[in-house]
Design a protein around this ligand. Structure first.
Ligand code: GLU
Length: 376
C-alpha cells in the first residue's frame, strides 16, 4: 500500500540508526566502541533520580498540563529576562520542540536557512512541516553571514542557529550572533536558536544565547534541553522559550500529539534545576580534557578544526579517501575492521568528514582513537 509522499521524502535519523546498529552488533557478541552517539557518559544525578522516584511514590503519574508543570515552567522562565510561564513549553526533548516549532511557523514551501553541516533532524523536520531547507555552507565551521544574507528570499521564514554546534562543536562568537540578529530584524525573520549544548563550552568561553539581543526577542525561538546538560537523555525533556503567541501555537499542536511530557520525569527535571553549579562543573572540565586529548590524536591523522563546545570532533577525512571511497565507506570500514563506530559526514550534509563523539569513558576514548590510528 502507498505511504504518504510526506513520509517518503524523509530519511530515518542517521544518528539514531547508528545507535540501533551498535546495539545489534553488541547483541551479536561484537565488541563495539561507540564514538558515534551523542550522549554524555555521566550518571544521571542522584537528586534527579530521587526526586523522580519520590514523584512516583506520591502518585504523580497522571495527566498534567500539556505545556508542562507550572512550577517547572516558572523556574525555566527565570533563565529568560522578562519571560513568564506563557513564554515556555516543555516537550519530549529538543527534538519534539523543534519538530512542533517548524509545524507552527512553516507554510508550504516556506524556506528555513540552515547552516551546513547541520544536525541530522533539522532538514527532515522542515520538510515534514511542508517547508524547504535552504543550506548555506559554513566557513571553517563558522557562520558565513554574507552567504546567509544572499540566501534570504521572499519565502524565507527563519534562520536556524545551533551553537555550540552538532556536529562540529563550533561555538559562534557574539559578534556573528549579533549579525544574524540584525539580519533577522532587517528581513523580519524568525531566529531559531538550538542551544542544546549550552552547558558545554570550553577555553574559558561563556555560553552565548541569542536571547541576549533584546530587540529580536519578539521573533526569537530558543530550544534547550535537560538531556546533555544533566545527563538525562532518556527522560526526554526539552523546552522552548518564545513569544507567547508561538508558545500558544505549540501548545495547541502538542495537545493533539503527546499531551504533557511524563509527569514524574518533569519532577526529576525540577530537581536538576535545584542542583549546585559546582556539582555540574566536573562534567564540563572532563569533556574539555577529553576534547584536548581527542583533538591531539585526531589532528595527527586528519585535518581538524579545534572545537570549543559540545562534545564532537568533525575532521575532514578526505586525505584518507582513495579511489572513490566515501566517508560513509570509511566509517563502515572502521566499524567492521576495528569495532569503532563514528558517524559519516554525509548524515550532516557534509561528505568527506566524520563525526567523532569524545563523550565516552577515558579507556574507550583512548582505545577507540588508537584503533582508528592503527586502521589508517
Ligand atoms: N543529538 C544526538 C546526536 O546527534 C542524539 C541522537 C539524535 O537524536 O540525533 O547524536
Amino acid at each position: 500500500m502507498k505511504l504518504s509522499n510526506r513520509v517518503n521524502q524523509i530519511e530515518e535519523s542517521g544518528t539514531v540508526q547508528f545507535t540501533l546498529l551498535i546495539q545489534q552488533l553488541r547483541r551479536a557478541g561484537k565488541d563495539v566502541i561507540d564514538l558515534a552517539v551523542g550522549e554524555p557518559p555521566y550518571d544521571t544525578p542522584t537528586a534527579v533520580i530521587e526526586s523522580t522516584k519520590q514523584a512516583l511514590d506520591q502518585g504523580m503519574t497522571k495527566y498534567g498540563p500539556v505545556a508542562g508543570l507550572q512550577e517547572l515552567k516558572l523556574r525555566l522562565a527565570q533563565q529568560f529576562e522578562g519571560c513568564d510561564e506563557k513564554n515556555i513549553i516543555i516537550a519530549n526533548g529538543s527534538k519534539q520542540c523543534l519538530y512542533t516549532m517548524f509545524q507552527a511557523i512553516c507554510d508550504p514551501l516556506d524556506e528555513v536557512i540552515i547552516p551546513r553541516p547541520f544536525w541530522v533532524s533539522f532538514p527532515q523536520q522542515v520538510k515534514l512541516a511542508g517547508g524547504r531547507p535552504i543550506f548555506v555552507d559554513t566557513r571553517n565551521h563558522q557562520l558565513d553571514i554574507d552567504n546567509i544574507e544572499q540566501a534570504v528570499s521572499p519565502k524565507t521564514r527563519a534562520i536556524l542557529v545551533n551553537s555550540p554546534n552538532n556536529p562540529t562543536g563550533a561555538v559562534y562568537p557574539a559578534h556573528d550572533l549579533e549579525k544574524i540578529a540584525t539580519l533577522a530584524l532587517k528581513h523580519n525573520l524568525y531566529i531559531i536558536s538550538d542551544e542544546a549544548y549550552s552547558s558545554y563550552v570550553f577555553d574559558g568561553l561563556q555560553p552565548e544565547s541569542m536571547f541576549m539581543f533584546k530587540e529580536i526577542r519578539r521573533q526569537l525561538i530558543v530550544t534547550r534541553s535537560f538531556s546533555k546538560g544533566f545527563n538525562m537523555t532518556g527522560f526526554r525533556i526539552g523546552y522552548v522559550a518564545a513569544p507567547s503567541d508561538v508558545i500558544a501555537a505549540l501548545n495547541k499542536l502538542q495537545s493533539h500529539v503527546t499531551g504533557n511530557v511524563c509527569t514524574f520525569a518533569q519532577h526529576g527535571a525540577l530537581a536538576a534545576l535545584g542542583m549546585n553549579k559546582n556539582d555540574m562543573a566536573p562534567w564540563c572540565l572532563d569533556l574539555e580534557r577529553k576534547r584536548d586529548y581527542a583533538y591531539g590524536k585526531i589532528s595527527g591523522l586528519f585535518n581538524c578544526i579545534k572545537p570549543q563546545g559540545a562534545f564532537y570532533l568533525f575532521p575532514d577525512v578526505s586525505r584518507h579517501l582513495d579511489n572513490g571511497m566515501t566517508a560513509a565507506d570509511l566509517a563502515k570500514k572502521l566499524l567492521e575492521e576495528t569495532g569503532v563506530a563514528v558517524v559519516p559526514g554525509e548524515e550532516f550534509g557534509m561528505p568527506g568528514h566524520i563525526r567523532i563523539s569524545y563523550a565516552v569513558s577515558e579507556d574507550k576514548l583512548v582505545s577507540g582513537l588508537e584503533k582508528i590510528a592503527e586502521a589508517l
